[in-house]
Write a protein that binds this ligand. Sequence first.
Ligand code: SF4
Length: 682
Amino acid sequence: MEEVIKTQCVLCVGGCGMNVHLRDGKIESVTGMKEHPHNEGALCPKGAAAPEYNASPDRLRTPLLRDGSKWKEIGWDEAIDVIAAKLRALKETHGARALAVSLGMNMILGGAGTVGVIRRFLDVYGSPNYFTVDSICYRPRVVANTLTFGKVPVPEPENSKCILLWGHNPDASSPITAVRKIRRGLDSGANLIVIDPRRTSFAKKADIHAQPRPGTDCALALGLLHVIIGEGLYDTAFTEKHTIGFEELAKHVEPFTPERVSAITWVPARAIREIARRFAGTRPGCIVQGVNALDQTASGFQTSRAIATLHAITGNIDVPGGASAIARPRLRSLRMPEMLKEKPLGAEEYPLSYSVFGKLIGEGQGMVLPDAILTGKPYPVKAMIVSGSNMALSWPNSPRIRRALENLDFLVVMDIFMTETAKMADLVLPAATFLESTDVLDHFTYVMLRKRVTSFAEAMPDGQFWLRLARRMGYESLFPWKNMEEALDYALEPSGLSVKLLKEEKPEGIRFGSVKYGEYMEKGFRTPSGKVELFSDEMKKLGYDPLPTYREPAESPVNTPELAREYPLVLTTGARNLGNLHSQLRNVPRLTRLSPEPAAEMHPATAHEYGIADGDTVSVESLRGAITLAANVNEDIMPGMVGIPHGWAEANVNALTSEAERDPVSGLPGLKAGLCRVRKAH
Ligand code: SF4
């Protein structure tokens, strides 16, 4: 029997609509949903490889319990019994806070219901120690925009006359959704400015391309603000009526002349003036930030504040083609935070990671977690449940992360494959893929049910596992749902949606609300002042710079010239590629062809200086360690830097990175601008 089920791909942030073609219950192929607004029928190579990924012979099939140096296959009942017994004993001996949970990108992309159930479990158990990929990902921009506007405006390149891509390579990171919107804007005649150390595909066709030294973007933004304010190019009416702190901002950016900024960023002063004039003079315009390129730097948080400021003073907020608030479905929270007695680890050091304007984000900053595990301070963390996160590979300073994981009394890893992190666990649980579990994504204006279309061996949806564990712990009265569909119905109710409606009446999805333009005219911005807060009292209260402030990377030719003599190249990590998402999808043959091996990218001038040819095996070293990999010599990366992708076990670039130097506001590590040296390996 043939059947087609409509679902949503979550192999990246795109959330494309996907038709799954089944024959006798087995997946035959997948195609893009024409009626889904994100992809209009297209699928990228990752999405198209979903059946191969789903049926991979490498998948975990059953729970595995460590038995000395071997694994013992066990059933789910036994696995859940083991975990429940360990958690009860842990709480008895060390208190509930000795348990930490860490979720990876897949989990956050995967669905609001699953994350809600996990958070509720932790609340009821009594541990505040919940961490996600946000500890190293996009949280700074969310918090920075919330502080500035009271919300997170989303850029609208499709209606823009000037698109500024900043550290963003959408062809590699979000190949369908983001690219489609940018192309539409360009086809309608928009100007294109690209700020990126790499000559990306978009940079090659840009009107202006600037290549800043990695980690200096905040200084560049301050230079743009200097020119825009100094030359009177800002939107006077909007700024006077709807912002606070403009005078302070103008004074603050006065010293950032293009010449001074050029010395910091290596971008010519002429280009700084040109970008500022073009962006401010071509409205509407919007800035599309890349994922992590700006966040993972010493002043990543303030870079996002500076970009928010650029949007604001050029009058590009809540106008078509600028950056505007979008309506999202109102899901009921599954959390019970009132049951917690304390804040998570990292909330004291990085309070804006935990709450903004008194509104709860409620997460810890995971970068402090290895310290707590290794030192027992401020209190011991003795057990972890890790879901869909390959921390041993994707968190900075991998040797230290591995030491921390080894130091735990009990480590459970739930994942689809036997990852580097899973190999270290006491108990490994086989997770269902996005094609084997039901959930809803709540971060788009177009909502659809991600449906369970098939199953694989003993693999279980993460949400279902946590519901079963809750019952085994005796929490039935607080977890009244038999399955994830019931939990989702509870969460969806205030939005007027339900699983039945999304499954039976609207399997193709439903548009939920629309972009809101100009709402601030009537209601004001959702900040304490009701205005755009260019100067943030909230930041001042917390002891941070209330205006965007540049910090030089901890290791850099400017900050540590002596170290730079020994390690003369700037190391930037984590560029995306079309075939992978972080450490995932490297065992899918059709995707492996797209990025077969890890490589250190460098410009021909850099390679020549060190006697390296394309394809040579090279050793790349930092203060932390060394890795060996192939050289990829090409002209698309600026001279003086080395770019290495993350997520490769064979050449783990996080053996070279450091978690010690963090953005003082967000706590994110500076993965984009360390120092390294390179030599041909013999
Ligand atoms: Fe899936 Fe590709 Fe769409 Fe991302 S862009 S959601 S991986 S099909």
